[in-house]
Structures are given as C-alpha cells and as structure tokens.
Design a protein around this ligand. Structure first.
Ligand code: HEM
Length: 418
C-alpha cells in the first residue's frame, strides 16, 4: 500500500511548480504533496516492482509473479495501488524502463513542456520495420509517417498534412460516404486498395463531388506524403474508431434510459447534438480504446520530488486517472450528463483536472484523425439509435489490452426495429 508523503521541491528544472501544497488520494488515503526543502531524489528511487540484472522486471510477469496474466488495466491499477502516483517499471531483457504517472498535474507538467517536437515512442517494431527493414529494401530515404517519425522529420511531415487533416470543411465532405460505408469494408483495406484508390484519384474515377478530398489535397501538396499518410490513417484509424463505436453502443444498450434520451435528441432533428457528443465522450472515459499516452522526455523535470532526466519513457495512465473519484465523481458510472451539466452541478466535467482524461492526446502531436473519428462515430451511432432499439444480453464483453483496448466478441447485441 502506498502511504508515503510525496514532496515536491523548489527547483529550476523544467516546469517545476513553486509554492503549493496539494493532496493526492491513493487507496482512499489523502497523501500530502507539498513544496519542501528536501533534495530532489534520483529517478532510481522512484518506487516500483523489484528488478533483476539483465532480466529487469520479467520475474513479476511469469507464473507466480504479481503481474502474471493481468489484463493491461488491472496491471496499471495494481501499479497505482501498490506504489502510488509515480511508478518505475524496469524494462524486461533490453526493453526500456517506463515511468508511469497517475497524477494529472504531473502529466500536464510534461505534456505542456514537450509541446514543440514531442517524441512518442511506443511502436518500436513498426518503427524498425518502416525505418530499417523496409527502407533497406526500397533504398529510398523518404519519411516513414507520423506514427514512426520524431523530431524534425516528424515536424516537416505533420506541418504538411495538418492543414488538410484538421480542416472541418474537408472532413465534412465525408459525411455521406461515412454514412454508407460499413466498418468491415474499411478493415479489409490493404496496400493494394490504397494503390487502386490513388490511381482512381489520378484518373478522376470514383470522385463523388467536385470538392477535393483528403487524399487529393495531400497529393497536391506532395504525392509521396499522401501515400505514406494513407497507411498511417489505416494504422491509426480503423480499430480505434471501430472499438469506440462498439463500446458506446454497448454502454447505451445497457443504459436504456440514456439511449432513449439520445434517440429523442436525434429524432428532434435539431442541428446541434450535444447529448450525442456527450454519450461518446463518456464512453471514451469509461471504456477508452486508448489506455494512455507516452512521451520520451527531451529535457529534465522535477516530478513529484524526483529528478527525471532526458530520454526517459513516461507513460500517462489516462484510463486509470479517468476512473478516479478525485477527478470524476461516481467515476465508474456511465453518466453522459456530466459533459452537458452546468457549472454548479457537482458532476460538471470542468471540475476535473484537464489532463486526467485525454482521449486524443495533447498538443502539436495530438491525434490527427480526431475529426474523422468523431464524424465516423457520431454518424454511425446516430443512424443505429435512430432506427433500432439496441439491447445487450449476457455478461459484459471482455476488453483485452494489446496496443489498444479491444472489445472482444461475442457481441451480444439485439437490434429491434422501432
Ligand atoms: C476514437 C478514435 C481515436 C482515438 C481515441 C485516437 C487516439 C489517439 C491518440 C491518444 C494519439 C496520440 C496523440 C499524442 O501523442 O498526443 C493518436 C495519434 C494518432 N492518430 Fe488517433 N485516435 C483515434 C482515431 C484516429 C483516426 C480515425 C485516425 C486516422 C484517420 C487516427 C490517426 C492517428 C495518427 C496518424 C496519429 C499519430 C499523430 C502524430 O504522431 O503526429 N486516429 N490518436
């Protein structure tokens, strides 16, 4: 059980807070966090599971170990319960050491400071494949995409695609298409289909409107960037949106009164749909598809009294923080109302620390597909709930965490005509 006092010292390190005292609750115990005069401790002293030379923390993950067979969310929950708001987990056999943060204020300290050319590692195999394996075959020095590039190459690529990907006017062009296209068709797309789509765009076949869409605009800027971006969009955009839809539909199916309230809003045909957005936001808080985010530090920090040097891998455990009472009252309940509540309502979402919940990430590196994802999920849900009464039978679905949180079948939905 974590019960220690956490000290934050005055320091000249990046973004170090000065002169404040605050309280962190761990295991229902208020832990005082205060500015003090104590020396900053080394990152080596950050609490966490024990570690062996070379093997790192492997012993805890094999049979008999405390993390053996734990699902991702149970693993991070146990870290927090056992060690508190900052936890060090040594890498296993050559892997990087990770520092987990469960304190929204500390998360904001790092995310705000890393906001220029942030490094988000986290897909080492994909990075290796794209940068070394594939490149040595291609003999070409081209950027590998947003997910796998960092620093200046990432910045150049992102600056080129940002104006297209984040422009609501361009994304809105897809409203009709998204309305028609089924998710499993999207999932079956492959490189072959991308090439075919590129050819069609070049020859103007398959164009549904005179306005230029995302790929066409990207091709105007740089054809190679358009091609690379297309595979990043598939990598980052299919399972994320699909699982968010499944989770939201499940939560609505098991909360019929919320579903009915949403249906009334949809059938009223009013242009603004705040409750639809609230249902999705709340689903992303309670059953997020992305459990957290990461940054590799590019400078030194003073975090909760520990000196964090450059080149450390930090994990922001948003899923755990999103379900903490100190941030969201009645945290485990599905209450879309909190996203539309007035300021004087205790449920008002604005009372939570803004960095407790961050489903699309933060800053210049935040999700580039956010607008597309929102359009997809809103369109799909609206269509389903307008037309069917959705029910769920049997036990809740299993959520398995790998790179994402996957809602696993069987999908026990019942769709009844209204
Ligand atoms: C509900 C759906 C989605 C969620 C929850 C989600 C979440 C995220 C998060 C948390 C990040 C990391 C941001 C950061 O480091 O600060 C990210 C990055 C990214 N996402 Fe999404 N995403 C979703 C849908 C999509 C879609 C639909 C696409 C593409 C059409 C997409 C493409 C990307 C790409 C390319 C990146 C890397 C951006 C960069 O490093 O510059 N995502 N996403």
């Amino acid at each position: 059980m974590y019960l220690n006092k956490v000290r934050i010292c005055s320091s000249r390190l990046a973004a170090a807070p000065t002169h404040f005292v605050r309280s962190i609750t761990v295991n229902s115990t208020a832990v005082e966090v205060e500015e003090g005069t104590a020396q900053l401790k080394s990152w080596r002293e950050i609490p966490g599971p024990s570690s062996l030379p070379l093997l790192g923390s492997l012993q805890h993950f094999i049979p008999g170990g405390m993390f053996h067979n734990l699902n991702g969310i149970d693993f991070t929950h146990k870290l927090y319960q056992n060690y508190g708001p900052i936890v060090k987990v040594d890498g296993m056999i050559g892997m990087n050491m990770l520092i987990f943060l469960f304190d929204a204020e500390s998360v904001s300290q790092i995310l705000r400071s890393e906001n220029w050319m942030p490094i988000r590692s986290g897909f080492p195999s994909l990075e290796y494949y794209r940068k070394y394996y594939k490149k040595s075959k291609d003999h070409e020095q081209k950027p590998t995409g947003l997910v796998t590039e960092h620093l200046q190459p990432w910045r150049e690529f992102r600056s080129a695609v940002n104006p297209v990907m984040l422009q609501p006017k361009i994304i809105k062009l897809y409203t009709t298409a998204i309305d028609q296209v089924a998710q499993d068709m999207v999932a079956s797309l492959s490189k072959h289909f991308i090439q075919q789509a590129m050819e069609e765009l070049k020859t103007n076949k398959g164009k549904s409107s005179n306005e230029k869409g995302v790929l066409e605009k990207l091709m105007d800027i740089n054809e190679q960037f358009a091609y690379i971006m297309a595979s990043d969009l598939l990598f980052g955009g299919v399972d994320t949106a699909a699982n968010t839809m499944t989770a939201t539909l499940y939560l609505l199916a098991t909360h019929p009164e919320k579903q009915q309230k949403l249906r009334e809003e949809l059938l009223s045909k009013s242009e603004k749909k705040p409750y639809l957005k609230a249902c999705i936001k709340e689903s992303m808080r309670v059953m997020p598809v992305v459990s957290g985010n990461t940054r590799r530090t590019t400078k030194e920090y003073n975090i909760l009294g520990y000196h964090i040097p450059k080149d450390m891998e930090i994990v922001f455990s948003h899923q755990e923080m999103s379900l903490m009472e100190q941030y969201y009252p009645r945290p485990k309940e599905y209450i879309p109302e909190r996203w539309v509540a007035d300021k004087d309502d205790p449920l008002y979402h604005g009372n939570a620390h803004p960095f407790a919940h961050s489903p699309f990430g933060f800053g210049v590196r935040m999700c580039i597909g956010r607008r597309i994802a929102e359009l997809e999920v809103e369109t799909f849900l609206a269509r389903v709930v307008e037309n069917f009464n959705v029910e769920w039978f049997g036990p809740p679905p299993k959520v398995v965490q790998t790179a994402l949180n996957y809602v696993k079948g069987p999908f026990n939905f019942v769709f009844k005509d209204i």
